[in-house]
Design a protein around this ligand. Structure first.
Ligand code: IZC
Ligand code: ZN
Length: 416
């Protein structure tokens, strides 16, 4: 490895100053832009950031990337995906557009259950290859780190297979993958009406093995009417916490269900979805510093009203955004489109959408010190976008402006 010098960028969007804590309120509107900027990278680290003129002297012998007419920003971080799965559910898309709802489809054995059947049936190699193709697409959309959840097994063998595939791809693929165990993603048919029994299995059998094999950092649960109650969710998350797994929670996605309140009470790092989070829940999340991971693509694809992102930011909740990439409620890997929707369906500003997709997303997966901004010492995960200024990223919506992607100091995507 050597050094890389990106120079002459119209704007370098640094998003600096929030490595310790996520940005909140007005801070989410501050991008700390350097006009005609440059970034110097040595091996896998950022070693200098500043005006091109100033950095030029330091950059002798470096390979040069001329970013004239473009912008340079941190690699995008997607803090909530279900990307390790087999099969496809376009039939459900069709059913929904013929009047069925997401929950009806799931209660009839489709939805998460359909993906669970396909994922159980897939070999590890098949699962690896299907996931790798999705990761390649993530990378071409400027995403350099993702979180990935298990949860399409609901038996140990398949949950384990998903987590092993994520681990292998983390090693083999340029994208970094941070793993979350989500055994409590749905209730297996055979445990319908005996949900507590399955919760016992998760707590007594699965979580200790996840810990023992070091397969995940986070522990998540689908807290939703008809799936897991807040009480069951609390049991799963508290049990994980005792083992050192950080709690995350799918909260208030379809119906208000006190999920945001629960996240605040147990000190979850993040609460995700929150389409129907209550005013009180939002207040408690702000007080407890729980990050809201909002998934406007899911609301869009389910034709539901988006989460109240504007209100959450104004209330002091640190907000991050994510694709929710999964085969049912959000079959997209586009963080750029998610940013568009953050603006157009949740009333966030273009600057806030960038903070939510970079440094705040990094904090939602406990990586704020390492990635999410362009600052000296951080990992050289950088995207060059073929737009003249950051507002154009969302103004020219529905497009992928990714031109060059640098991961760990290496060029991994380059437009021709
Ligand atoms: O496969 O439908 N909401 N989990 C909770 C999902 C959506 C993923 C899916
Ligand atoms: Zn999800």
């Amino acid at each position: 490895m050597g050094s890389l010098f990106i120079k002459n960028a119209n704007q370098v969007i640094t998003v600096k100053g929030h490595s310790e804590k996520p940005a909140t309120k007005e801070e989410m509107n501050e991008l700390h832009i350097i006009e005609n900027g440059a970034v110097l990278i040595e091996n896998d680290r950022i070693t200098a950031v500043g005006p091109t003129e100033e950095l030029e002297l330091k950059a002798v012998n470096a390979e040069v990337i001329d970013a004239s007419g473009k912008i340079v920003m941190p690699g995008l971080v997607d803090p909530h995906t279900h990307v390790v799965y087999a099969g496809s559910r376009e039939n459900e898309f069709n059913l929904r557009l013929n009047g069925a709802t997401y929950m009806e489809i799931m209660n009839n054995g489709g939805g998460i259950h359909a993906t669970t059947r396909a994922t159980r049936a897939a070999s590890e190699v098949e699962l690896y290859q299907a996931t790798k193709r999705r990761l390649d697409k993530f990378l071409r959309h400027g995403v350099t780190t993702i979180e990935a959840k298990s949860g399409y097994g609901m038996d140990w063998e398949t949950e384990h297979k998903q987590l092993i595939v994520a681990k292998r791809l983390n090693e083999d693929h340029p994208i970094d993958i941070v793993s979350t165990f989500m055994g409590a993603h749905a209730v297996p048919k055979e445990y319908k009406g005996r949900e507590d029994k399955f919760v016992d299995i998760i707590i007594n059998e699965m979580l200790p093995r996840v810990k023992e094999e070091g397969l995940a950092e986070f522990n998540d649960v689908f807290c939703e009417h008809g799936v897991y109650t807040p009480e069951q969710s609390r049991r799963v998350l508290e049990a994980g916490k005792k083992l050192g797994l950080i709690p995350k929670i799918h909260a208030d996605e379809i119906e208000p269900y006190q999920g945001a309140e629960l996240a605040a009470e147990i000190g979850a790092i993040s609460a995700e979805h929150l389409l129907r989070a209550s005013d009180e829940g939002i207040k408690q999340m702000a007080n407890a510093g729980v990050i809201a991971v909002l998934l406007p693509g899911t609301a869009f694809f389910l034709m539901a009203e988006a989460a109240r992102g504007r209100k959450m930011i104004d209330a002091g909740v640190p907000v991050a955004i994510s694709t929710d990439a999964n085969p049912g409620s959000s079959p997209s890997v586009s963080m750029p489109f998610t940013m568009n929707l953050a603006c157009l369906s949740m009333g966030m500003t273009p600057a806030e959408s960038i903070v939510a997709a970079t440094i705040n997303a990094a904090h939602a997966i406990n990586r704020g010190r390492e990635i999410g901004s362009i600052e000296v010492g951080k990992k050289a995960d950088i995207v060059i976008q073929d737009v003249e200024n950051f507002i154009q990223l969302n103004y020219h919506y529905g497009m992928n402006h990714t031109h060059t992607v640098i991961k760990n100091g290496k060029i991994v995507v380059q437009a021709v």
